[in-house]
Design a protein around this ligand. Structure first.
Ligand code: ADE
Ligand code: ZN
Length: 350
């Protein structure tokens, strides 16, 4: 199915042009500095930065919290339906350039409702963008409502209630924000309610938090995928379980390096997770803040790890499609397209 070896440039081009799914991207994390300034101007707001380079220069993070402080402050410019449309449409166009055929973006309602911006403002904007992405770019989209774990379960329950009129437009719920001291177990009731409503469930776990948080997300929340999950490598029994149960991990290499989960890309454990038989996928998390979209993430990790080759690239791409919450028929068609492309590459002269 895959050529055993390929020159680096050919492999990079094959990765870039392959159909892929992006299963871990926060739509608020796709807000590029240029759009921040444009929206601030449109909404009569003044950003506390002189210009785009000054804002970009502020994107130097020590850890997850130092990033989240900027990320939530960045949301201030999102005020109107048109703002949310512009944000999401810019992302979908960028994703299409990376040959993303399926995306399951997170959105954080509580970072907007807390500012007085309701579902009736952001949902129509996000949905208008995803409909246009489907019609004009051929991108299939399933929105994931993500609860902020630094807030209470009651706040999350109110958010789930407020989302009820939009239920048919959601594919699932997730859990994000500051992980340390906010274990998944605090959100059991709201995740149970989401599951009863027929939603898929995922959670960030094992990004900065310990391997036990990954276990809690599986056992207490019933999640179907783990977002990040890289710290699972510290726990042998958990690694074996994740491999055995075929739990997908949505790994975000550039994010992990920028938030200092790993000191450098060549120290990232993605190759080890793959070797241990885990169902790893590659994603961008907050591409406007971490220096790259999904293809940049693939290429960064392949460049830093010579032991990753065509076999691993094909596996990661296929995992992304198969771990999505899209219809089985859609997934089959994308995997067939992926395999046909790789078959042709295997037959082509090097
Ligand atoms: N919200 C946006 N990006 C996040 C991340 N990497 N971890 C937790 N919460 C987030
Ligand atoms: Zn994330």
């Amino acid at each position: 199915m895959h050529p055993a070896t390929l020159p680096d440039a050919r492999l990079a081009e094959l990765i870039r042009s392959s159909p892929k799914a992006e299963l871990h991207v926060h739509i608020e994390g796709t807000l590029e500095p240029e759009l921040s300034f444009a929206l601030a101007r449109r909404n009569g707001l003044t950003l506390p930065y002189a210009d785009v380079p000054a804002l970009r220069a502020a994107y130097a993070f020590d850890d997850l919290q130092s990033f989240l402080d900027l990320y939530y402050a960045g949301c201030e410019v999102l005020r109107t339906e048109q703002d949310f449309f512009d944000l999401a449409w810019a992302y979908f166009q960028r994703a299409a350039a990376d040959h993303v055929v399926r995306v399951e973006p997170f959105f954080d309602p509580q970072s907007h409702t807390a500012r007085g911006i309701g579902f009736e403002v952001f949902m129509p904007g996000l949905l208008r963008a995803s409909r246009r992405a489907r019609d004009e770019l051929g991108i299939s989209c399933g929105w994931i409502l993500s609860f902020l774990r630094h807030l209470s379960q009651d706040d999350a329950l109110r958010t789930l209630d407020a989302a009820a009129p939009w239920r048919e437009h959601l594919v699932g719920v997730g859990l994000d924000s500051a992980e340390l001291d906010n274990p998944p177990g605090r959100f059991q009731r709201v995740f149970a309610a989401a599951r009863r409503a027929g939603l898929h469930v995922v959670a960030h776990a094992g990004e900065e938090g310990p391997p036990d948080y990954v276990r809690e997300a599986l056992d207490l929340l019933g999640v179907e995928r783990i977002d990040h999950g890289v710290r699972a490598s510290e726990d042998e029994a958990l690694l074996e379980r994740l491999a055995r149960e075929r739990v997908a991990l949505t790994v975000c290499p550039l994010s992990n390096v920028r938030l200092r989960v790993f000191p450098a890309m060549h120290q990232h454990n993605l190759p080890l997770l793959l070797e241990r038989g885990l169902r790893v996928t590659v994603n961008s998390d907050d591409p406007a803040y971490f220096g790259g979209y999904v293809n940049d993430n693939y290429l960064a990790v392949f460049q830093a790890h010579p032991r990753l080759g065509p076999r691993q690239a094909h596996e990661l791409l296929r995992n992304s499609l198969e771990a999505s919450f899209a219809d089985a028929g859609e997934i089959r068609a994308w995997v067939a397209r992926l395999d046909a492309l790789w078959q042709a590459a295997a037959g082509a002269p090097a």
